[in-house]
Design a protein around this ligand. Structure first.
Ligand code: THG
Length: 642
């Protein structure tokens, strides 16, 4: 029998239509949902469609059969709500495993009964979003509150997915995605289950757009969504629900032009009328679907709310003339996201990471977190975005704080501020449990800052694997078992070793790796420090030439610690350093985005003195810079606001 992976290259596949609409047409009563077995379940069971897999399996099989007769290549199991979180509404948590096993078994039998070598039929395990959202607060007065955690979602999805796979599904369809964090938890669970069972099935994703701006309920654009799931091994991505085919088309087009996967679409039967029903006829819907096919937008086409087998039957005659969509090329760029996409291209662009939300790097931020003045702490984040930060570094590592709890709280607050949450997060912590807790409350594709070989290969690999599974990119500091690299040779040797471990052993895409070859303070008066800046710059050049795809970043303000108190001079040193480091290939940097000192504006005498220090090109450079530093102390031309 041909597999889904082979046949999809040949033709557009038909997915079935709505399960709910068909069940409604059956006119079932409370007693039907309960059957004999569930007479004693509390509450109302009418509407608990997935329970019918146990109480009225012949009704579900009948619906599958009608879709198969109408020409569906893929049918979906009746299991959309069959995880513990949603089933709690019906007091049916204990039945989840059984429902999913039955849902898969029923669909499997129906599909197998009519499969032929020419038209094999497939079963997709339906996995809904649950009734809770992981990145939004249910309480307007408590924006940091969450009704569900990532770990709870993973556990619930794990149970559902294992049963679906045991029951024989050919694919898992994570659908009606309205919150990408829920979807990421589902993907994590799917990977965990498939690894445990030693059996892989294709992962299909389908997003629901919530508004005319083309965003999800949790505020992400489709591009940002694609970045968030780019770590996963995905078979298809698409859109379902929310709109009819006509309204969905522009979004489908945008998705298809960018996503490196097969494309699916199953719209509603037009827009809902005033009674919440759907008026579009099967023939009208088919006409719009034909446009998708004529334009090569889709590989899988079905129906959502309001559709029945009569709609699906209209698709079959369109298939012979339809050309399947050809997926876009895999991106070479690093795709990060908040609510919006942030693309770090292989070309030499520079991405600013705002440094100010760091309790070790800003006395003000430390005080605000300490005093729980979160509104003001948030305004530091907001100011940085306004000042041009394209990413926000967040660091709450402090011995006196409950770091993990404060990190989660602050990130949850950020998530409810669209003007901040627009940009991706860089989770800056040296504590592993803080890093994982943080990543589990971020719906975008974030960066973990950082891991290193400090504690050996085994821990490095374990952490890297988990970061990759969680869907984050990673900063790798040039540290090894011997300590921090402070020469050119050690910097490049450690980065090369880490690169091969990450790419060859972990299987991380090179563009997800950001090396930090250590920006250390220069002009400290200690001779051994004189080559720190130039060695970083040379190491950057080597990394960008020899470790293809990887990026280079660093904490720029470290460079000028010797001149604390002289902000103008510090900012001038940063500008000069970045001028040379960016030319060498540094493409990200943790900086104060409010800086107003530009390389071209630095007075010639000062520029020479700074360049002598940074490029380590003249004996006595440090002494000369120190001598003239006070003349340029807080140069009144410039306002530095921290
Ligand atoms: N690499 C990576 N991550 C990092 C660093 C790095 N994270 C932290 C740090 N280094 C980068 N961030 C900062 C933030 C602030 C300052 C320096 C680096 C800074 N702050 C002022 C000071 O200490 O003088 C404080 C001023 C104030 O209190 O307002 O300089 O290298 N991967």
């Amino acid at each position: 029998m041909q597999r889904l992976q082979d046949i999809i290259k040949e033709r557009v596949l038909i997915l079935d239509g709505a399960m709910g609409t068909m069940i409604q047409q059956c006119g079932l009563a409370e007693e039907d949902f309960r059957g004999e077995r569930f007479v004693h379940l509390p509450g109302l069971q009418k509407g608990n469609n997935d329970l019918l897999c146990l109480s009225r399996p012949e009704v579900i099989a009948g619906i599958h059969n009608r879709y198969l007769e109408a020409g569906a290549d893929i049918i979906e199991t009746c299991s959309f709500n069959a995880q513990r979180i949603s089933m709690a509404d019906y007091g049916c948590e204990h039945l989840c495993r059984e429902i999913n096993l039955a849902a898969a078994t029923i669909a499997r039998q129906c599909a197998d009964a009519v499969s032929t070598p020419d038209k094999p039929r497939f079963v997709a395990g339906s996995v809904g979003p649950t009734n809770k959202t992981c990145s939004l607060s249910p309480d307007v007065n408590d924006p940091a509150m969450r009704a569900i955690t990532y770990d709870e979602l993973v556990e619930a999805y794990d149970e559902q997915m294992q049963a679906l796979i045991e029951g024989g599904v050919d694919a898992l369809l994570i659908e009606t995605i309205f919150d990408t964090l829920n979807a990421k938890a589902a993907i994590y669970a799917a990977e965990q289950v498939m690894e445990r069972m030693g059996r892989r099935v294709p992962l299909m994703l389908s997003v629901t757009i919530s508004d005319a701006a083309g965003r999800t309920l949790s505020g992400q654009t489709l591009d940002a969504f694609l970045a968030s799931v780019s770590h996963a091994d995905i078979f298809s991505v698409g859109l379902n629900c929310s709109f009819g085919a006509a309204q969905m088309k522009p979004y489908l087009k945008a998705l298809a032009s960018r996503a490196p996967y097969y494309i699916s679409c199953y719209p509603n039967a037009g827009l809902p009328n005033s009674l919440g029903g759907y008026d579009q006829t099967p023939a009208e819907m088919a006409l719009q679907v034909k446009e998708y096919m004529d334009e090569g937008l889709v590989n899988i086409i079905g129906g959502c709310c309001g559709t029945t087998d009569a709609y699906i039957a209209e698709y079959a005659p369109l298939i012979p003339g339809a050309k399947p969509h050809v997926p876009a090329a895999r991106p070479e760029a690093l795709w990060l996201s908040g609510l919006e996409l942030c693309e770090v291209t292989p070309e030499r662009n520079f991405i600013n990471v705002g440094e100010r939300c760091n309790v070790a790097g800003s006395r003000k931020f430390l005080r605000l977190i300490n005093e729980k003045k979160y509104d003001e702490a948030l305004s530091i984040a907001r100011q940085q975005v306004e000042d041009g930060a394209q990413l926000l570094d967040i660091n709450i590592d402090d011995g006196l704080l409950d770091t993990k709890q404060e990190m989660v709280h602050f990130l949850n607050l950020i998530a409810s501020e669209p003007d901040i949450a627009r940009v991706p997060i860089m989770v800056d912590s040296s504590r592993w449990e803080v890093i994982t807790a943080a990543v589990k409350c971020i719906q975008g594709k974030c960066v973990v800052n950082s891991i290193s070989l400090k504690e050996g290969e085994e821990l490095f690999l374990a952490h890297a694997r988990e970061i990759h599974r969680l869907g984050a990119a990673v900063v790798v500091m040039a540290f090894d078992e011997q300590g921090q690299a402070d020469t050119y040779e050690r910097r490049i040797a450690i980065c090369e070793r880490a690169y091969h471990l990450l790419v060859d052993v972990v299987g991380m895409p090179p563009q997800d790796i950001i090396f930090d070859p250590n920006i250390l303070a220069v002009a400290t008066g200690i001779e051994a420090h004189d080559s720190y800046a130039i060695d970083f710059i040379r190491a950057t050049e080597w990394i960008r030439t020899h470790l293809p795809g990887a990026h280079v970043s660093g904490g720029v303000s470290n460079l000028s610690f010797a001149f604390r108190g002289n902000n103008y001079l510090r900012e001038a040193m940063h500008a000069v350093f970045l001028y040379h480091a960016i030319k060498a290939g540094m493409d990200m940097g943790i900086v104060n985005p409010a800086t107003s000192v530009r390389y071209d504006d630095i007075p010639a005498e000062l520029l020479t003195a700074i360049e002598d220090v940074i490029l380590n090109r003249a004996p006595g450079a440090t002494e000369r810079l120190i001598r003239i530093a006070s003349e340029y102390s807080n140069n009144s031309q410039f306002t530095i606001h921290n």
